[in-house]
Design a protein around this ligand. Structure first.
Ligand code: ARG
Length: 503
C-alpha cells in the first residue's frame, strides 16, 4: 500500500477562533519584548510583528490565512526544518544543543499533530508559523534560531516540492494498479473479438485485449510524464531565503542532500519565484484525467442497453431514486465528470501565475488548493476506474450477435485483392461495390458465392473465404502493433512481465 498520509484530512471546524492555547510541555519563554510592547490588543504578536503597532483586523486575518489548507504540508515542513537545523549546527550557526532541542521539539509536535492534539491557529497564519511558534512555546530560545538563513518563501516551496514528490509516487502507484486491472481483464477475455469503431461507426474487428491495452499504453506515458516531472522538480529551494540568498555561511548542498533532492536550485530568485513544477504536475494530471474520462465514456456507452457489451457488477453500479429498474454506471460517469475539475485546477494555476513579477508574491499562496484538489481527484479517479475494471463482465453473446453487422471484414477483403496484384484504390472500389451488393441483399460478404463475387471482379478466387468473417479477418492482421492474435498475445506478454502479473 502506498502511503497516502500526505493527503491530510479536511481541516476541522475546531480551527475557528477562539483558540485555546496548547499546554506547553516546557515553560513558555517570553515573546520578543519589543513585539510584546507594541501589541495594542490581547492578540499574540505575529512572528513578523516587530515593526507593527497594530494587529491586523479579524477579516484580514481570516482572508490571508492559509493554515486551513496548508497544514497538509506539516510533515514535509518538519522534515525540512530538521534538515535546516542540522545544517545550521554543522555550520556553527547554532549550537549542537540548540539543534537537539529543536529536533526533539519537532518530534513532539509531529506526535501532537498525528494524534490530533495539535491546535492549529488561524492567528498564526500558516503551517510554517504554526509549527515554528509552537516550537517556541515548547523549547524556547533555540526555536527562535531555526529561521536563521531561511524565509517562508524558500520554506514553502521546499515543503511543496517534497509534498508533490510524494504525491507523484502515490499517483504512479495507482496508475500501475489500474494498468494491472486492465491487463487482467484482457487476459480473462483473451480471444474475444469486438467491433472496432472510427467516427463511432463500425470499422474493423479487433481483439478485446488489443483495445484494453490501448488504454494501458497511454497510462504508461502518463506515469512516465509524472516521473519526468518528478525528476525536474527535485531540486532544492531551501537557503534561497527571501529571494537573494544570504551572507551567512550555510551549506545548501547539505540540506538538499538530506532531503533527497538532486541538488540545490542554482538561482535564488528563480527558486522562490517559479511554480512551473506544479504547472507541469497538474498538466500531467490533466492528461491522465482526459485518458480516464475517455475510458469512462466508453464504458458508460458499452454498458447502455443499446450496446450492452459490458455488464458492470452491482458493487460498482448505483440505482435511481424514481426508476426502480435502473442500474447506472455512475462511478465511470463521475470519472468523466471529475476530469473537468482536474483540468480546472490546472487552468486556475496557469492564470494565477501569468501576471506575477519576479520572486515571491502572496498570490502564490493560492497555488496549494488546486494542487491538493487535483491530486485528491486523480487518485480517486484512478482507484475507482481500477475497481470498475475488476467488476466488468463482457456480454459475449451480445457481442457475438453484434459482429456480423457493419461488414467489419471489408478492409481485409481489399487487402486480399492487393495481394492478388490489384492497386489499392481499385480494390477499394471493388469491395465497395461488393458491400453495396450485400446491402441490397441484406447479407454479409462471407455469404456471397464465388460466382457473385466474380461478377464484381474476376480476381476473386476460392481462397477469398480465408479472408472473410471476423475471425478470419483477425487472423490476417500481422503488422507490428496490429490486432492479429499473435501480435496481441505478444503485447499481453510484455505487459504481464512489466507489471509483474501472471497469466
Ligand atoms: N503561506 C504562504 C504561502 O503559502 C507562505 C509564504 C509567505 N511568505 C511571505 N513572505 N508572506 O505562500
Amino acid at each position: 500500500m502506498e502511503s497516502l498520509s500526505f493527503l491530510s484530512k479536511p481541516f476541522s471546524s475546531s480551527s475557528a477562533a477562539p483558540f485555546p492555547r496548547p499546554t506547553p510541555l516546557l515553560p513558555r519563554r517570553a515573546l520578543s519584548s519589543v513585539s510584546a510592547l507594541h501589541m495594542s490588543s490581547s492578540k499574540e504578536a505575529k512572528l513578523w510583528g516587530g515593526r507593527f503597532e497594530d494587529s491586523v483586523t479579524d477579516a484580514v486575518e481570516k482572508f490571508t490565512e492559509s493554515i486551513s489548507f496548508d497544514k497538509a504540508l506539516y510533515s514535509h515542513d518538519i522534515i525540512g526544518s530538521r534538515a535546516h537545523a542540522s545544517m545550521l549546527a554543522r555550520q556553527g550557526l547554532i549550537t549542537d544543543d540548540d539543534r537537539d532541542r529543536i529536533l526533539d521539539g519537532l518530534d513532539v509536535i509531529r506526535g501532537q499533530i498525528e494524534r490530533g492534539e495539535f491546535v492549529w491557529r488561524t492567528d498564526r497564519e500558516d503551517v510554517h508559523m504554526n509549527i515554528e511558534a509552537a516550537l517556541t512555546d515548547l523549547v524556547g530560545e533555540p526555536a527562535k534560531k531555526l529561521h536563521t538563513a531561511r524565509s517562508r518563501n524558500d520554506q514553502v516551496c521546499t515543503d511543496f516540492r517534497l509534498w508533490c514528490r510524494d504525491a507523484i509516487d502515490a499517483i504512479v502507484s495507482r496508475i500501475r494498479k489500474l494498468q494491472a486491472a486492465l491487463v487482467k481483464l484482457a487476459v480473462k477475455n483473451e480471444n474475444l473479438i469486438v467491433p472496432g469503431y472510427t467516427h463511432m461507426q463500425r470499422a474493423q474487428p479487433v481483439l478485446l485485449p488489443h483495445l484494453l491495452l490501448a488504454y494501458v499504453e497511454p497510462l504508461e506515458r502518463d506515469a512516465q510524464r509524472l516521473l519526468d516531472c518528478r525528476a525536474r522538480l527535485n531540486f532544492c529551494p531551501l537557503g534561497a531565503c527571501a529571494l537573494a540568498g544570504t551572507g551567512l555561511p550555510i551549506d545548501r548542498f547539505m540540506t538538499s542532500e538530506a532531503l533527497g533532492f538532486t541538488g540545490p536550485m542554482r538561482n535564488s530568485i528563480d527558486a522562490v519565484s517559479d511554480r512551473d513544477f506544479v504547472l507541469e504536475f497538474l498538466s500531467a494530471n490533466s492528461i491522465t484525467a482526459v485518458h480516464l474520462s475517455r475510458l469512462g465514456e466508453e464504458w458508460v456507452l458499452w454498458a447502455s442497453e443499446e450496446f450492452g457489451f459490458i455488464i458492470p457488477s452491482d458493487s460498482v453500479s448505483t440505482g435511481s431514486s424514481i426508476m426502480p429498474q435502473k442500474k447506472n454506471p455512475d462511478p465511470m460517469e463521475l470519472v468523466r465528470g471529475k476530469s473537468a475539475r482536474v483540468i480546472g485546477d490546472l487552468v486556475s494555476l496557469l492564470v494565477l501565475c501569468k501576471g506575477l513579477p519576479h520572486a515571491y508574491n502572496r498570490d502564490l499562496q493560492e497555488d496549494k488548493e488546486p494542487v491538493f484538489d487535483s491530486v485528491k481527484t486523480i487518485m480517486g479517479m484512478l482507484e475507482v476506474s481500477a475497481e470498475f475494471a475488476e467488476n466488468i463482465t463482457y456480454n459475449q453473446e451480445r457481442i457475438k450477435a453484434a459482429l456480423p453487422a457493419g461488414h467489419l471484414d471489408a478492409t481485409t477483403l481489399a487487402d486480399y485483392l492487393v495481394k492478388k496484384g490489384i492497386p489499392f484504390r481499385t480494390s477499394h472500389d471493388i469491395v465497395g461495390r461488393s458491400v453495396a451488393f450485400c446491402v441490397s441483399r441484406n447479407c454479409r460478404l462471407e455469404d456471397l458465392s464465388l460466382d457473385e463475387l466474380r461478377s464484381i471482379s474476376p480476381t476473386f478466387d476460392k481462397d477469398v473465404y480465408e479472408y472473410l468473417g471476423v475471425e478470419k479477418a483477425i487472423k490476417n492482421f500481422s503488422s507490428y502493433g496490429s490486432t492479429g492474435s499473435e501480435c496481441v498475445s505478444g503485447q499481453l506478454d510484455y505487459w504481464i512481465a512489466k507489471l509483474e502479473l501472471s497469466r
